[in-house]
Ligand binder design. Structure first.
Ligand SMILES: Nc1ncnc2c1ncn2[C@@H]1O[C@H](COP(=O)(O)OP(=O)(O)OP(=O)(O)O)[C@@H](O)[C@H]1O
Length: 274
């Protein structure tokens, strides 16, 4: 993780995903279990604050969930919960139905004008805000996990350094891919499961198209030709749309694959690492 924090401090956009079948430990990996057993999020925030002392600068956060493919702000009280609008900036630089981007923008071409951002003064302040927000996340019981995440959670840390460098870190706890025969899902859980599986497929197709394009570019370069590039299907889900700036280009991503033990997860294991 430390090299990725270096990259955020040099102004890159970095994304860390926890991916895997339901109940494989994605939430545990990302958020840990208290101060003595910190997950990726707690460890990264502590590291950023350690470095901020020397570099000078500020840290802010936003935290949203994608539930049934729609974004909701986790940092507002549940009573104020409403679906957020995702706006795209056209190539001409104007935002459809909005003229200017918020100062801390989710992406250079994607904006969520109503998404709240919060300045964080210390790791303790972060922990308090994060704990409240994590409690607002949509969870439900399945046969495989009594507290299964029914949404993708996207925590974004916005770093603004004294030297004007701006870096961004997305930390994603993806909802788990699900086999309804194993989870014993009821009809509403099946609707959630279908949205989860559809968006994970969309993410896989984006990554696959990016890899194909990278290969096409290097093959064409070796022959001195122009590469034939595929259209990247960012618009096929809210997840890939939100992350369109973070997947590809000069951005970096790390996929943490969580594997569940047991023969019943064999095919999921093969798919996850394939
Ligand atoms: N490495 C680990 N050490 C100890 N407990 C773990 C570990 N990984 C997971 N667990 C426990 O296993 C259970 C399921 O883990 P978790 O909720 O993180 O799975 P998940 O992949 O996020 O599931 P879902 O996709 O259904 O939300 C939790 O009770 C969690 O505390």
């Amino acid at each position: 993780m430390l090299p990725l924090v270096d990259q955020v401090f040099s102004g890159r956009t970095v994304t860390v995903f926890a991916y895997g079948v339901t109940s494989s430990g994605k939430t545990y990996t990302m958020q840990g279990n208290g101060l003595d057993d910190r997950g990726v999020i707690g460890l990264v925030v502590d590291e950023i604050f350690k470095r901020l002392g020397a570099a000078g600068g500020t840290l802010s956060m936003s935290y949203l969930e994608l539930y049934l493919d729609a974004p909701y702000d986790l940092l507002v009280p549940p009573s104020s919960r409403r679906k957020l609008q995702i706006l795209s900036t056209s190539s001409a630089g104007t935002t459809s139905s909005h003229s200017s981007a918020p100062p801390l923008s989710f992406g250079t071409s994607i904006h969520l004008p109503a998404l709240s951002t919060h300045h964080i003064e210390s790791p303790e302040a972060f922990r308090s805000l994060y704990a409240q927000a994590a409690g607002n996340r949509s969870t439900g019981a399945t046969l495989l996990n009594s507290s299964s995440s029914r949404s993708h959670a996207v925590l974004t840390l916005y770093l603004t350094l004294a030297n004007a460098v701006v870096g961004k870190l997305h930390l994603l706890d993806l909802a788990g891919s699900e086999n309804n025969n194993l989870t014993g899902n009821n009809p509403s859980r099946m609707k959630e499961s279908s949205a989860i599986n559809t968006s994970l497929t969309a993410l896989g197709l984006v990554v696959s198209a990016l890899n194909d394009n990278a290969k096409a570019i290097s093959k064409a370069a070796s022959k001195g030709e122009d590469p034939k590039l595929k259209l990247i299907p960012y618009r096929s889900s809210s997840l890939t749309r939100l992350l369109s700036d973070a997947l590809g280009g000069s951005s970096l991503a790390l996929l943490i694959v969580c594997l569940a033990p047991g023969t019943k997860f064999r095919s999921d294991l093969v798919r996850s690492v394939g």
